[in-house]
Every structure is written in structure tokens, then in C-alpha cells.
Ligand binder design. Structure first.
Ligand code: MG
Length: 432
């Protein structure tokens, strides 16, 4: 486009936008005026105001793309997939799921549908704000997870429309490979097996954590530390092994156990206590040289702010399916960078969640490691592969994956529920 053409284009666009803005202001004034005159129904309620925004039609010059349908599907073992359809023949995929609440999240998606249908899928940040703030009750596990899945799908669509991976749109790539870690429980043989498969980073659990009690016996602490020592011996000093307390250990027990684990240098101590106990977690962090990690049950930038301000953790584990999606985790990563903290996305979910995490890893400087429990076999046309501890950054557009919809048909529907544990001596509720 030449200078003259560009000036003409800008003038026409500005005129169109100016007219649209004037019309919009008039419409707002009329709406606000009419709002108070709307009749009340028999329950004393006025019909809620459903304004539209001129952002929906901006910029006026480009091709129109519209969201036409939101489709959710329960996918084994315990996931919820979202397929966002458009009139451009492109679909976007997301995982709007909070573990154990798949059908609740599906209902939350249905309630977002009336806002999104007919909207331009490229206005990701605008829709994020609208869905988050118009809910009035902000955040929480269900609404944040639903929003996260929508956000992933919109980024997938935007990348596919432009023919580039999401990390390109976020200023990347910042790396070519993404380190991933595997779960090994407290099983040295499983660690060796995963190491043979190509993994170099692992995550362990605390043995018998549901029996830790409020003040653990020396035998419990020794058993848990010995189990980690056995993993270290099986893997050797060249591998990295984090350990997840799952927030199920009491603060005094966490301190006792961390001291016993220090000689084996875990990669991190995850959720040493519940994430709401920010001051206690910060106190634990100050009492050890081991890195403290947390974040899987923390939502949005507002949730992570206090963790960083109080230096309760140096490894943040936002979940791409809970924390607010790709848009929000990119912002959380920037906040973390300012505090010299790193990002290790939580992901016990499916391959779309993994793909979203990999896009984040490929677009931030402070990435540590990506959790995974499934590399996409049986779900993706080309599953991820681990070599030397890493998966390659994908080059396909959007989230960089292709869902194998034929294979998916054999994984539909599930009735997965979260675990229930009780103290074996007195029957009281315990965490797991
Ligand atoms: Mg965890």
C-alpha cells in the first residue's frame, strides 16, 4: 500500500470509527436512560441490560469472522474438551476443566455461549475481560477453568487464521525445545522406566500422605524421606526430582520433612502447605534452601500477586486450564520474572492443556519445566515425543496440534470423581 493509499485508508477508517463511536455513545445514553424505565416483572426484577461493544466490529476494514458454536465433550479419563466453531471453517480447541468438576465446567461453558456466539474470536483479551468481569463474582475454580478453556481455543483459532503458532503472536519463539517431567510416585522402578523413555525430570509424591496427621511420628517422616532417597539413588544425581506435598501435610510436618529431604536436593517442594496459607508458606520458604513451588490451585494474576510479594515460592505452577488460559499465564510469567521466579505449568490433564503450556514455554524467558501425564497418544494425529528430556516446540499454527477426532470417538464420556479420604483411626476428613 502506497502513502496516498494508506492516508486514504486511514481517513476512511477514522471516519468510520468516529461515526461508530458517536453512534455507540448515543446508544449507551439511550440504554442507560431506558434501563431505569424498564418495567419490573412479578419478582421485582428488571431484565438485565445486554449492551454490545464497538470493539466487536473493530477494525471495520477487515474480513468478518464469527464464532458459531461452542461444543463440549467429556473425554476419558477425566477431561473436558471444548471445540469452538467459526464461520471461517476453522475450529479452536481448549480444555475448560477443573478436575472432578467436568460437568459443572460444561454448564459454565453453556452460560458463556450467549455472549460468545456471533463475536469475533480474534478479540481474545476483550472477551477475557468481558467473561471474567461480567460474571460479577470473579474467578474461582469453575469459572476460571471455563474461561481458561475458552481462551486456549480462541488463541488456537487466531493462530490458525494467521497461519502461525501462538508463540509467534506472543513474541516468540524463546526456545526450540521444552523440558517436560513425568510422575513417578514413590516407585524407583517406575523412575528408571521413565528415564529409559527419555525423561530427565520427575515428580515424586509423599508416601502415605493421608496418614501424616497433624504432628507426624518420627517413623512417618523417616519413611517419607527414605522413599525419596530411594528415588534419588535410582535416578542418580544427574536427574531432577521434585516432590509434591499436595498441601496435605500440616505446617509442622512440612518443616520436619523438608529438613530430612534437604540432603537429597529435590528439584522443588511443591505445595508444602495449602496455597491459602501464604504467610506460612513464606515462613517455610525462608527456613530452607530448597525451592518452594505452588500454583495449581491459584487463579489469575490477582491470585499469584501475594505469593510473589511475600516470596512464598520461587517456582510458580499456574495451570493453563485453571489460572485463566494462555493470556493470563503469559501475564503471570511477566509478574514472576520481575521477582526472579520461574514458571513450571501444572498439568495433570490432556494434550490440549499440554500444547497450551508448550506455547507458553516457547514465548517466555523464565520457563523451568512442563508437567505432563499424556503426550497425546490416542488423541493427537502427531503426539509429542520426548528426547533427552525435552519435546520439540511445534511449528503448526495455533496450539500446534491436530486433534484426531476419529480416535477421540473411542474416548468419549466418563464419570470420574475426586477421591475421598478419612483418617484411618478416627474417621475424620483428611486431605489427599
Ligand atoms: Mg501438585
Amino acid at each position: 500500500m502506497g502513502t496516498a493509499d494508506r492516508r486514504k485508508f486511514m481517513t476512511q477508517s477514522a471516519a468510520t470509527v468516529g461515526l461508530a463511536a458517536t453512534a455507540f455513545r448515543a446508544a449507551v445514553a439511550q440504554t442507560l436512560d431506558e434501563e431505569d424505565r424498564l418495567p419490573k416483572d412479578q419478582y421485582g426484577m428488571r431484565k438485565s441490560v445486554q449492551m454490545t461493544s464497538p470493539v466487536d466490529e473493530f477494525p471495520p476494514s477487515r474480513d468478518k469472522v464469527r464464532i458459531t458454536k461452542l461444543e463440549t465433550m467429556l473425554v476419558k479419563p477425566r477431561w473436558l474438551f471444548l471445540k469452538v466453531h467459526t464461520d471461517a471453517g476453522i475450529v479452536g480447541w481448549g480444555e475448560p476443566i477443573c478436575e472432578g468438576r467436568a460437568t459443572t465446567c460444561a454448564a459454565a461453558i453453556r452460560e458463556i455461549e450467549s455472549y460468545l456466539i456471533g463475536k469475533d474470536p480474534r478479540h481474545i483479551m476483550h472477551h477475557w475481560q468481558a467473561i471474567y468481569r461480567h460474571a460479577f463474582y470473579r474467578g474461582g475454580p469453575v469459572l476460571s477453568s471455563a474461561l481458561s478453556g475458552v481462551d486456549q481455543a480462541l488463541w488456537d483459532i487466531k493462530g490458525k487464521l494467521l497461519g502461525v503458532p501462538v508463540y509467534e503472536l506472543l513474541g516468540g519463539p524463546t526456545r526450540t525445545r521444552v523440558r517436560v517431567y513425568a510422575h513417578v510416585g514413590a516407585n524407583p522402578a517406575l523412575l528408571k522406566e521413565k528415564k529409559d523413555q527419555g525423561f530427565t525430570a520427575f515428580k515424586a509424591k509423599v508416601v502415605d500422605v493421608t496418614r501424616s496427621g497433624i504432628v507426624a511420628s518420627p517413623a512417618f517422616i523417616s519413611r517419607a524421606a527414605d522413599a525419596f532417597a530411594a528415588l534419588r539413588e535410582a535416578g542418580g544425581d544427574d536427574v531432577d526430582i521434585g516432590i509434591d506435598f499436595h498441601g496435605a501435610v500440616s505446617p509442622p510436618n512440612a518443616k520436619l520433612l523438608i529438613k530430612q529431604l534437604e540432603p537429597y536436593q529435590p528439584m522443588f517442594i511443591e505445595e508444602p502447605v495449602q496455597c491459602q496459607n501464604v504467610d506460612v508458606m513464606a515462613e517455610i520458604a525462608r527456613g530452607t534452601h530448597l525451592p518452594i513451588a505452588t500454583g495449581e490451585r491459584i487463579f489469575t494474576k490477582w491470585g499469584f500477586r501475594e505469593i510473589l510479594e511475600k516470596q512464598a515460592a520461587v517456582i510458580l505452577q499456574p495451570d493453563l486450564c485453571h489460572a485463566g488460559g494462555i493470556s493470563e499465564v503469559r501475564l503471570i510469567a511477566g509478574m514472576a520474572e520481575a521477582y526472579y521466579a520461574s514458571i513450571a505449568p501444572h498439568n495433570p490433564l490432556g494434550p490440549i492443556s499440554l500444547a497450551a503450556g508448550i506455547q507458553i514455554a516457547a514465548s517466555i524467558p523464565n520457563f523451568l519445566c512442563q508437567e505432563q501425564v499424556n503426550l497425546g497418544d490416542g488423541y493427537l494425529k502427531t503426539p509429542f515425543r520426548v528426547r533427552g528430556g525435552y519435546v520439540d516446540v511445534p511449528v503448526l499454527p495455533g496450539l500446534g496440534i491436530e486433534i484426531d477426532e476419529e480416535a477421540l470417538k473411542s474416548h468419549l464420556e466418563h464419570d470420574w470423581e475426586n477421591a475421598r479420604y478419612f483418617d484411618r483411626e478416627d474417621g475424620s476428613v483428611v486431605d489427599w
